[in-house]
Design a protein around this ligand. Structure first.
Ligand code: NAP
Length: 532
């Protein structure tokens, strides 16, 4: 399929122009075509089409939205070879990783299809009237409704699963919102191919064209204009703390503030507990090494702080991990900008005395955008005094921090900001003795992992990929898993509505057979109501 280099505005193509190109991070080759930044008129048209599409798309039955989401999944799978080949060129990621990511993208679209087809996600609640009560009680019913045109920013580190048809888009579309994606400039060709797949599904399902648009830009102009636009009602973002924070502030400073769900920095502390270090230090060194170097350390769940007790086995553990780091090949990063930021962050940390380097990959670099894995080490007292050591370094590095007592481990945990995950590696005895540590970490993160590693986020119903600021803009939400749909919906209440005026989900007969809370009790039964 020939790439066009223009934005996709509903069913129409944007104007070509002298724009920007993707660059192969392995070879430095400039990839054709050039992508034109969306013009002000194109932004306006995409937003207007989304606004016009909203009422009819929002009113679509769950089964129809499910058909649309499944169609997108099939369209992406139908063009998998081309999408993966282009993503390999643009992101430098290996084919098996991208094959897996494409499958994950299709699977999460299908999972949201199941959720909206089943229908109970709308959290329907019915309080039946009671005329005899003094004062009389009204008939009050509520459910979740979509927010309106939503802007999604594609992520650099997941060119498929968190980009054009990724989790944010899938959850916003599932909730009934038209979506405008601002493509990440690192992988415009991949974005266009996926955008075309969504466009074909919009057409095949007979939906209004404004349900989906894809806009390109090499800088922040288009994203800024979109977030400021009065007809945009919500934002989803995955990326840096600086970018996420800027968009949060922009969304909040509008005359009519809108929700901005940003998933940003996280350092994902790991606590190794004494019994585990004693009984299986070598296994833990292997597991941790695999986790923080996976995907060149370019995961928001990469473990970046590893707390270990000072005891007889600590030294062996550090040398085992060091040896693994020295033997790790240099790694390709997503863009030369991200590689440069990684090298600068490593140099900055190296130039401080707070945490010396104890190991570095001995391999020589081959890719243009490359990273050498590095291991730093310090102790908890120094960590507690140096705020810089808590910052995310995006790439294949981690920091070992020795704590000298149980109480110092608690102090270090208390010192942590919000993160996506916290991991504890221990024995049953360790966990029983560290309930206080677990209780502190529970306040700091969205997901607690026992005897595992934080990388690898399952897309399922119970997953929480969120956490208090600065991990996300709103710790009450998740960007992975089916609960992500709740970010893009709001409750609407109907008081004293006749049955014919109520949405299907709230009608007395329960025609959709969904789960509803009726007078405080969950049921799928119909409700009796005078005059209904
Ligand atoms: P980014 O710089 O935050 O950019 C993500 C997207 O947001 C891009 O499309 C970017 O546009 C846009 N953007 C950034 N700042 C903006 C602003 N002020 N206004 C409007 N739009 C804005 O993230 P990145 O390019 O993916 O990587 C840069 C760094 O982010 C990495 O080195 C890493 O430290 C961090 N990162 C963290 C995670 C994580 O999950 N924790 C994931 C990815 C990246 P432009 O690119 O066109 O400017």
């Amino acid at each position: 399929m020939a790439l066009t280099g223009v934005s996709l505005i509903g069913g129409r193509n944007g104007e070509p122009g002298d724009g920007f190109s993707a660059v192969n991070p392995v070879t430095g080759e400039i990839l054709e075509p050039k992508y034109a930044a969306a013009s002000q008129a194109e932004i306006e048209l995409a937003v207007r089409l989304a606004h016009d599409a909203f009422p009819s798309y929002a009113a679509l039955p769950g089964g129809k939205k499910a058909e649309f989401l499944r169609s997108i999944a099939s369209e992406i799978e139908g063009n998998a070879a081309e999408i993966v080949a282009r993503a390999q060129l643009e992101a430098g990621l290996p084919k098996p990783r991208l094959d897996g990511e494409l499958a994950r993208t299709a699977n999460q679209l299908r999972l949201f299809a199941e959720v909206v087809e089943e229908g109970s996600w709308v959290n329907a609640r019915i309080d039946l009237p009671d005329a005899a009560r003094k004062p009389p009680k009204h008939d009050i019913r509520s459910m979740l409704k979509p927010l309106g045109p939503t802007v999604i920013f594609g992520a650099s580190n997941f060119p498929l699963a968190f980009s054009v048809a990724g989790g944010d888009t899938a959850s916003a579309l599932a909730a009934g919102n038209p979506v405008i994606v601002k493509a990440h400039p690192a992988h415009p060709g991949t974005s266009e191919l996926v955008g075309l797949a969504i466009r074909r599904s919009v057409q095949a399902c007979g939906l209004p064209e404004g349900v989906f648009s894809l806009l390109f830009d090499a800088g922040i102009e288009v994203g800024t204009r979109l977030v400021r636009h009065p007809l945009i009602k919500a934002v989803g973002f995955t990326g840096s703390l600086a970018g996420g924070r800027a968009l949060m502030d922009l969304a909040a400073s509008r005359p009519d503030p809108i929700p901005c769900y940003a998933e940003m920095g996280s350092v994902n502390p790991v606590f190794i507990l004494p019994g585990a270090l004693k009984s299986r230090g070598a296994d833990i060194a292997a597991g941790l090494h695999a986790s923080f170097t996976l995907g060149s350390g370019q995961f928001c769940t990469k473990p970046g702080l590893v707390f270990l007790p000072r005891q007889e086995e600590s030294r062996n553990f550090a040398s085992d991990l060091s040896e693994r780091v020295q033997k790790t090949p240099s790694q390709t990063m997503l863009t030369s900008g991200i590689a440069q930021r990684y090298r600068s962050a490593i140099d900055a940390r190296r130039s401080q005395d707070a945490a010396p380097v104890i190991a570095q990959s001995a391999a020589s670099a081959t890719a243009v955008a490359c990273a050498q894995p590095v291991l730093f080490s310090t102790d908890a007292a120094v960590f507690l005094k140096n705020e810089d050591l808590s910052e995310e370094v995006f790439g294949p590095t981690t920091l070992l921090i020795e704590y000298e007592s149980h109480s110092q481990a608690l102090e270090a945990a208390e010192h942590l900001e919000g993160h996506l995950t916290a991991t504890l590696l221990g024995t049953e005895e360790d966990f029983a003795a560290h309930r206080d540590l677990i209780a502190i970490l529970e306040r700091k993160v969205g997901r607690l992992v026992l005897n595992g590693y934080p990388t690898g986020v399952e897309v399922c119903h119970a997953m929480v990929h969120g956490g208090p600021y600065p991990a996300t803009s709103d710790g009450r939400s998740t960007s992975v898993g089916t609960q992500a749909i709740f970010r893009f919906a709001r409750p609407v209440c109907y008081q004293n509505f006749s049955n014919s005026l109520l949405p299907e989900e709230l009608k007395s007969a329960n025609p959709l057979k969904i789960w509803r809370m009726v007078d405080g009790v969950m049921t799928r039964e119909s409700v009796a109501r005078a005059g209904s």
